[in-house]
Design a protein around this ligand. Sequence first.
Ligand SMILES: [Mn+2]
Length: 426
Amino acid sequence: MKITQQHIADLNKVQDATYQAELGLLEAKLGRKGINLQDVINKVAQFQVAIPSWALGAGGTRFGRFSYGGEPSTLEQKLDDIGLIHALTKSAGAVSLHIPWDIPQDYKAIKELAQSHDILFDAVNSNTFQDQAGAKNSYKFGSLCSSVDASREQAVQHNLEVIKIGDQLGSKSLTVWLADGSNFPGQRNFQTGLIHTEDSLKKIYAGMPDDWKLFIEYKPYEPNFYSTVIQDWGTSFMLANACGERAYTLVDLGHHLPNTNIEQIVATLMYKGKLGGFHFNDSKYGDDDLTVGSIKPYALFLIFNELVYGMQNNPQNPYPAWMIDASHNIKDPLEDLIQSLEAIRIAYATALLVDQDALKAAQLDNDVALCQELLQDAYRTDVRAILKAARIQSGAVADPIAAYRSLAVRSALINERGTASKATGL
Ligand SMILES: [Mn+2]
């Protein structure tokens, strides 16, 4: 299944009669705030989010997994699926690979395939949260933090191997997420675990090419339920500082305890120039991995408000690497990813509409009510016509979900790959 220029042209022939009127209204409204509509459309069109290779099949819980037909079972098919999403949305122009599941057999062919879909290789991810077949040492009691020298060394070597693979594909960063921690009080010496982790990360950092970045992810609990070694942004920030200039903290929206003020974490990290990467998802209770924006869209807007502020005011912070990190337990994974991409761009677009000068003045005046008015005026603006304009201008379809359904993409994938094909990496 490949979506052609002709498909897109045919789909975009049917124009929504209200779309131009909506754009005209937005142009007038934004003009009053001194915001140029076309500038916003261009920024939204440029905003690209990486798709992780593990997100293209049905996810699951420890109670079961209900597979979707036509899932990609090879790296080539995973790239093809991202190619489909990117053709429809022009907002998913990158892939984030997970090793050992996605080791290419033929690097040249994989690079050419990605190029044919207009997809770049973003951060590569290592996996030391489970034992691989034939592995000499176990990660049952930790990987980079392990008190067993051989397990720790094996985990460091794995990360160095992942860097080598990513380097051959054109990736420029490594994301490390650790499941390391403990399930019961007294099980692990906190300080020893932290010291081992810092030493291991320093070895990995030293093994990166000079133009690479290291992203250190944190998570308060799960799969360990008493403690995790890198439990919060402060620990990640401390480890990143210990490693060096090109080590950064990575924020995953689902990796916080309920009600954590994530937008403030974003602001602090960007001020310090240490926000390297960002993983999008949404949650009600914990690390639920739900569709972005499906539960707490206002929180997402507030986070984007800080991201936009940081991108405009913190040259010390590099442009962050964006990725969706969600699980699709009951929806078609490709439809779910399209919905997440839409939600991310909506939050970005609305954050671009915040009248920053007026907000700054209201903050200096301590006009609390006006500050809220200014934020909510942006948040309550319906920006979907802006997203549509960004897509049409980029050669994507006006309405990706409707297009996905009218092209019967899932049926075509099931016809090609069968109902039993399962994605690896879940
Ligand atoms: Mn993540």
